[in-house]
Design a protein around this ligand. Structure first.
Ligand SMILES: Nc1ncnc2c1ncn2[C@@H]1O[C@H](COP(=O)(O)OP(=O)(O)OP(=O)(O)O)[C@@H](O)[C@H]1O
Length: 604
């Protein structure tokens, strides 16, 4: 048998679906109803301003109240109001057809969050918490009769005339048993403050106005002072340190967006993301999960973004596909880059001072966004161990003469820990070289990016090898030892150290260098560093670190060692030299350190 037909949808199924699927967060009902009340107030304001309404506007206000005994929550406005006909049209018809469409579309999809704004179902979110909803409304139109609509969550409703003197709408929710948690002052207040803090019409709760109807981002930058911005920051993030600077976003084509982004003081990366950027749509708080709207590297910023063009329904897959969101993303990136460039040009010393705080954003941005890289390469700064700051171009010029190796590669020396690597830094400085400070978590990734973007440049950690090997200018130092003596020295050290993770080599270095230095291979160490911060190749994180011990064949102590009469004495001196090298790198610890001290005080 074969049969085909249409699957029919019954509106009776709608309410359970609304209740179950619309929002995982039931508190949203208040946002929806208060937004509707604000809309109604804005509408009457508009009608008045274009002369379509000539009556008394009065003080427009939305009032939220609750009655624990009667188990009701009421949202009242003195906005545009609705006639009985309008209630039927806007509340019954539209929503029901919207709801049918909803069921049709999502019947196979299971749970999904935030479909509401899509279908004009905002009002129906009331049924997530109410067993019965009443609307008592009186339209602004002259001679309009007040109407009362009730519905208990079935598809039946009743509508009748009502007594109401003032223009506007009261939405009365008879709270369902399983939602009585909302009949609580603290709970209601915190929901209102969360979503309604900046709604454009005053919101009254318990005789207090809970919102700021004219938040800073909605004003024109020209009329605002620095104090205004700082005060607003404090309003958003109380008890935080002052931000460094800010950007006021304001665009109306090809999409609408306003907002203020603040650059916070960030000293270390672990503090990040504690405060978040807040997303609003027409001053209604939507979320502080702004992933996808704000480029990831700018998530480190604080502040607000307001755009009616961002779908209220902030489900991730939806956002990613939204073309406005993509445009917004690149707009914000461009704005941030422009602002940084402007600051850099207008006040270089000020910019340098802030760099320790903003360097992280800039480097992160350069790694993750090519367009940002192109702009930021003009103002990203590199800091040397002598605390001088250079742009990339300035630095290339600075080191060009001395730090170009025999193959024409510029070698940038850097340190990740100026204290620990001091001996190596001093060797480099003695040669007239410059060493960069690269000590933040982002730096290993940044260095990789720079090497791939800037031609003929190599980055080497200052302790990755002896200085003459790091920058091989092609000039070979002669070793004072013969080949046989070198082999003998190598064997003595190998026998003394006896550790496969530590490889010995004997090299001709300058006599000014230490008798022995311990180095770590640049490539291996970098891979291991990067795998620690998520990147590079994971396996390197687990590998034991191998060290090179380079013996300076030209150091007087090594010459002395060669001359010593007994094997025993040679080994003792080799041990002492190795321990000194380890000590200079903070690698001598525990029992080895104790033994070293004991030996040294006893004249070894
Ligand atoms: N307090 C009110 N005063 C006047 N009209 C209202 C009020 N609340 C709702 N309405 C009318 O009912 C309509 C339907 O409201 P509903 O919240 O379901 O959808 P919406 O606001 O159009 O869209 P959304 O789902 O995005 O909230 C509104 O467009 C408005 O015309």
């Amino acid at each position: 048998m074969k049969e085909s037909g249409n699957i029919s949808i019954h509106t009776e199924n709608i309410f359970p679906i609304i209740k179950k699927f619309l929002y995982s967060d039931h508190e949203i009902f208040l946002r929806e109803l208060v937004s509707n009340a604000v809309d109604a107030s804005q509408k009457i304001k508009r009608l008045s301003s274009i002369g379509e309404f000539n009556g008394e506007l009065g003080e427009l206000k939305v009032k939220v109240s609750f009655d624990k005994e009667a188990k009701t929550i009421t949202i009242s406005d003195n906005g545009i109001g609705m006639t009985a006909e309008e209630i039927k049209k806007y509340i019954n018809q539209i929503a029901f057809s919207g709801a049918t469409e909803f069921v049709e579309k999502y019947k196979d999809k299971g749970d999904d969050k935030g479909i509401i704004g899509h279908f004009g179902l905002g009002f129906y979110s009331a049924f997530m918490v109410a067993s019965e909803v009443e609307i008592i409304s009186k339209s602004y139109q002259e001679g309009a009769e007040a109407a009362r609509w009730t519905c208990d969550g079935s598809t039946e409703y009743s509508i009748s005339t009502a007594e109401k003197d003032e223009r506007g709408t009261d939405i009365i929710l008879h709270i369902a048993e399983d939602s009585e948690e909302f009949l609580d002052e603290f709970r209601l207040k915190s929901i209102l403050e969360k979503y309604g803090k900046f709604l454009p019409i005053p919101i009254e709760f318990q005789d207090k106005i809970i919102n700021n109807p004219t938040p800073l981002w909605a004003k024109s930058p020209a009329e605002l002072s620095d104090e205004d911005y700082l005060k607003f920051y404090e309003e958003l993030y109380p008890f935080q340190e002052k931000p460094l600077f800010w950007i006021h976003l304001n665009v109306d084509y090809p999409f609408n967006l306003t907002g203020i982004l603040y650059f916070p003081k960030v000293k270390n990366e672990f503090q990040l993301q504690r405060e978040k950027i807040q997303l609003y749509s027409r001053q209604v708080f939507i979320t502080d999960e702004v992933k996808d709207i704000v480029p990831e590297f700018l998530m480190l910023l604080h502040g607000v973004i307001d755009s009616p063009d961002i779908p209220l329904n902030v489900s991730r897959s939806f956002l990613q596909a939204d073309s406005n969101v993509k445009k917004i993303n690149s707009y914000i990136t461009k704005k941030v880059a422009d602002k940084l460039q402007e600051l850099f040009k207008a006040d270089r010393p000020g910019f340098e001072e802030k760099f320790s705080n903003i360097g992280l954003f800039i480097k992160y941005g350069m790694i993750s966004d090519d367009k940002f890289f192109d702009k930021a390469k003009e103002f990203c700064l590199l800091e040397t161990t002598s605390n001088k700051l250079y742009t990339l171009d300035e630095y290339a010029e600075e080191v060009q003469a001395l730090q170009t190796d025999k193959d024409g590669q510029r070698v940038y020396l850097y340190t990740t820990d100026a204290q620990q690597q001091d001996a190596f830094i001093q060797s480099a400085i003695q040669k007239g070289y410059s060493v960069l400070k690269m000590d933040s978590m982002i730096d290993p990734h940044f260095i990789n990016q720079m090497e791939s973007k800037i031609e003929k440049t190599q980055w080497k950690r200052v302790d990755a090898d002896s200085i003459d090997k790091l920058i091989d200018t092609g000039i070979q130092l002669e070793a004072v030892l013969t080949e046989e003596q070198k082999t003998a020295v190598k064997e003595i050290f190998e026998a003394t150290i006896n550790d496969k993770q530590k490889q010995v080599q004997v090299e001709a270095m300058s006599p000014d260098e230490l008798p022995a230095i311990i180095t770590q291979n640049e490539f291996m160490r970098r891979m291991s560093d990067m795998s620690k911060t998520g990147g590079g190749m994971g396996m390197f994180g687990n590998m034991p670190m191998t060290y090179q011990i380079s013996i300076n064949a030209n150091h007087p102590l090594i010459s002395k060692l060669v001359e010593l009469p007994t094997e025993e004495e040679k080994k003792n001196l080799a041990k002492q030299i190795t321990d000194l090298a380890l000590l200079s790198q903070n690698l001598l610890t525990g029992a080895d350190l104790t033994a070293f001290i004991k030996r040294t005080v006893n004249g070894f």
